[in-house]
Ligand binder design. Structure first.
Ligand code: BGC
Length: 735
């Protein structure tokens, strides 16, 4: 069979599959969270014998043309054989607008708007792999309609420092939660016949000096904390592509580190897809080629994998089999992804169905941090006037700052959301309250810092409005200029003088609710002291304002849980406490595996809000913990059951969390670690039996002496909680 005929046949098969999938989704009456969570495992090596026939007929130049960008977001196919180029798109929370082929300049099209989906930390706050699947699936469909083959997402680096600039794109400080969401997201994307590209591999945990920082981390920490989301992406979700990170590990650039790319990723985990560099993240020709990088992207003139690579092969520095293997990996992905033509004018990318999915994620992600005397939800029968204060009430979050954004078809702001839901029933008045702006700080290397000076005119106006209103809602927080790729935040402070605003407004109107529109930990000490109610609503996508209004008005019961710790003070958090952040050339991960709540719990430091925390308008009682046995072997699974009851008057979801604590271990462990969770919906008064499965293999540790996973026998305390600090049930078992 000729390669071209083979390609056509393969495409036809994929098309039938996609049509079936498409009908399954859109012919169903409503979008249900549980609809499609299986994922389709595509064996990338299925067509290897055919691919090898193609490779045997290719010239060296043809092969190497495939190994680097032929544009900012594409790499070449084989035109002689009718094999199309590969098109990439950012990711991870919406399909990026179309750019000129060879630059970052926008093409200024009117046909490339997309849905803005909630960003990484919002998705993580849902604690729902099913929602991650739905979000990924909708993104995959939009990528497909826009003619893209590989979506540059999910972004799954661990939130090591609370000030990290890309915390909004990333998921969590916990590898288990992170891995579960990563798998859901990737399966969703790939079920649409688009490859996902998990990024940034690995240890890209800070933006400060990201292009040169050298991470020094011990082997056990790397395996247990930083690699699990990537490992799950490969082994469980069969991800098609992996992006090598900008930074170095132990002196070697990630994009040329044979240990990371060849030994761990490709050999040990069995990754069959392609490794692409981060944009401009390639540093050598021979080393990167031998070290396992397959495609160089974002380097102007394809500096390393172009002519330089042809010359290196001819000079005998890079064996031809190394090149063939790279082409093989690219063709595997190429044949697994049906090529589609460029955007057709008028094609609807961002559909109402996708809006519903964005809404579902947003409405499950909002976290209620405080609700003294049940001031929330707002009872419209008891209120005649609402003061809406703060720039974030009218601000949009789809783009801004450095890096990927979405030219969104629409984005409902918090103020619009409230106006839509409340209508003319009561008076809603707006005052800006503060103004976001930045100053250049020469002492910090020209870094842009927020201008924290209070705007006294705006403040006075806000105070006046609050005084004359029944209740006040302050929309504070950050924005996409401040939380951004390529720089970390200087500290956790609420920027632009917002703490002064919160103090002044709450002083004149004690019925003031503070809503944080922000996607990372913040210092909320003052807000928490001053205000009776606090909500956090992330960078929550096109439907963010609608979801937020529904939570404020009680149409939706909040059920999000924090995917990271909010420290009481930045100096309490591990890397700051040990003085290892940001490092200069070297970043020493001295806290080892004590990242996030692992540190706070082990060191007995009380955070402001713990990992996994989130309140509800109803209450939940936990009882009757049982395990199916008391002693387990290495290949068994622990079944933990309990009764969960909704004790309040409103239906609601609770995220039940399972942590483990080692009782008599010879090995050092964090105080507790998340090993399971599930989201449960209950009507008022309803009880449900909840089961969480914990495979004993999840309890292993990485033994650096034997360079492998090892199970330690002994006693383990299984803990069931509503957050990492609110453990309700405990049961001991033995391994
Ligand atoms: C980012 C990647 C992104 C790439 C292309 C890089 O700066 O680190 O996450 O996919 O640019 O936009």
């Amino acid at each position: 069979m000729s390669p071209i005929i083979f390609l056509k046949k393969y495409s036809a098969g994929r098309k039938t599959f996609l049509v079936a999938l498409f009908s399954a989704i859109f012919l169903s009456p409503s979008v249900s969270i549980k609809l499609l969570s299986q994922g389709t495992k595509i064996d990338l090596t299925l067509s290897d014998s055919k691919i090898d026939i193609i490779i045997s007929g290719m010239s060296l130049e043809e092969k190497i043309a495939m190994l680097h960008g032929n544009g900012m977001f594409s790499s070449a196919g084989i035109s002689r054989l009718g094999i199309p180029e590969m098109k990439y798109t950012d990711g991870p929370f919406g399909i990026r607008e179309e750019l000129e082929k060879n630059s970052w300049n926008s093409l200024r099209l009117t046909t490339d708007s997309a849905t803005f989906f909630p960003t990484g930390s919002a998705l993580a706050a849902t604690w729902s792999p099913d929602l991650a699947y739905l979000l990924g699936n909708a993104l995959g469909e939009e990528a497909k309609i826009r003619g893209k083959d590989v979506l540059l997402g999910p972004a799954v680096n661990i939130t090591r420092v609370p000030t990290g600039g890309r915390t909004f794109e990333y998921l969590s400080e916990d590898p288990f939660l992170n891995a579960r969401l990563t798998v859901g997201y990737i399966k969703g994307v790939q079920d649409r016949g688009v490859g996902a590209c998990v990024k940034h591999f690995a240890l890209n945990n800070q933006e400060t000096n990201r292009g040169r920082v050298n991470v020094i981390v011990d082997e056990r920490t790397m395996r247990e904390i930083y690699l699990p989301p990537f490992e799950a992406a490969v082994k469980e979700a069969n991800v098609f592509a992996v992006m090598a990170a900008y930074n170095k590990i132990a002196g070697s650039w990630c994009s040329e580190d044979g240990d990371l790319l060849n030994r761990i990723l490709k050999k040990e985990w069995g990754f069959n897809g392609l490794v692409v560099s981060d944009w401009g993240g390639t540093h050598s020709t021979v080393k990167a080629a031998i070290g396992g990088l397959d495609v160089e992207m974002g380097t102007s003139g394809s500096a390393f994998f172009g002519q330089a690579l042809i010359d290196s092969v001819k000079a005998g520095h890079v064996p031809i089999e190394v090149i063939n293997e790279k082409v093989r990996r690219i063709l595997r992905v190429r044949f697994a992804v049906e090529p589609v033509s460029e955007t057709k004018t008028g094609a609807v990318v961002s559909t109402p169905e996708h809006g519903k999915i964005a809404y579902q994620v947003a409405s499950h992600s909002i976290v209620l941090l405080k609700n003294a005397s049940h001031i929330l939800p707002v009872d419209l029968n008891k209120v005649r006037s609402i003061a809406v204060i703060g720039e974030n009430a009218t601000r949009k979050f789809a783009s801004g700052g450095f890096g990927a954004g979405v030219k969104t078809r629409y984005e409902v702001t918090p103020l619009e959301g409230l106006q839509r839901k409340i209508g003319n029933k009561i008076s809603i008045k707006f005052a800006q309250g503060y103004k976001s702006s930045f100053i250049q700080n020469h002492q910090s290397g020209g870094r842009r810092l927020p201008n924290n000076a209070v705007d006294s005119v705006l403040l006075k106006e806000a105070v006046q409005l609050a005084k004359n209103s029944d209740i006040t809602i302050i929309f504070a927080g950050t924005n996409r200029e401040f939380e951004s790729e390529s720089s970390d935040r200087p500290d956790l402070k609420l920027p632009y003088g917002q703490d002064n605003l919160i103090s002044a407004v709450t002083a004149v109107n004690p019925k003031t609710i503070v809503v944080l529109v922000a996607a990372a930990p913040l210092d909320l000490n003052n807000a928490e002291n001053s205000s009776p109610a606090l909500l956090i609503s992330w960078f929550n996508g096109s439907e963010g304002g609608n979801a937020l209004a529904d939570v404020i008005l009680g149409n939706v019961n909040p059920s999000g849980k924090l995917p990271f710790t909010f420290p009481a003070s930045l100096s309490d958090s591990p890397a700051f406490s040990l003085g290892t952040f940001p490092g200069d050339n070297n970043a020493y991960y001295k806290e080892e595996s004590l990242v996030g709540y692992r540190w706070f719990d082990t060191k007995n430091i009380k955070p402001l809000f713990p990992f996994g925390f989130g309140l509800s308008y109803t209450g939940f009682s936990y009882s009757g913990i049982k395990t199916d046995k008391l002693k387990y072997r290495s290949n068994e699974t622990i079944q933990v059951t309990l009764e969960l009851k909704n004790t309040g008057k409103m239906n609601g979801d609770e995220v039940v969390q399972l942590y483990v604590h080692r009782l008599n271990s010879q090995v050092e462990w964090p105080e507790k670690e998340l090993k399971g969770f599930t989201r449960v919906s209950l009507n008022p008064g309803e009880s449900k039996k909840v089961t969480i499965s914990l495979p004993v293999s999840q309890l292993r540790y990485w033994d650096a002496k034997i360079h492998d996973w090892r199970l330690e026998s002994g006693k383990i305390q299984v803990m069931i909680g509503s957050s990492s600090s609110d453990i309700r049930l405990v049961k001991n078992i033995e391994i």
